[in-house]
Design a protein. Structure first.
Length: 68
């Protein structure tokens, strides 16, 4: 399990999980699979649109040079 904690899943697993059952994020993978199986594409699109509109309605976030 040592290498599982050091792997960057976002980069290494772009084409699928490379660790299989040793994946440290296996519970998230199972939850995502369940969500995909049980949620219609129309519902997913509706959820994405709600999130997009919420982000558009949010006030701008300023990044000041001293915060960098």
């Amino acid at each position: 399990m040592e290498e599982a904690t050091k792997i960057n899943c976002q980069e290494a697993c772009v084409n699928g999980c490379v660790l299989g059952d040793k994946c440290p994020n296996i519970e998230y993978r199972e939850a995502a699979s369940k969500f995909i199986a049980e949620t219609s594409l129309d519902k997913m699109i509706e959820m994405a649109e709600i999130a997009r509109m919420k982000k558009l309605a949010a006030p701008p976030k300023w990044v000041l040079p001293e915060d960098i």
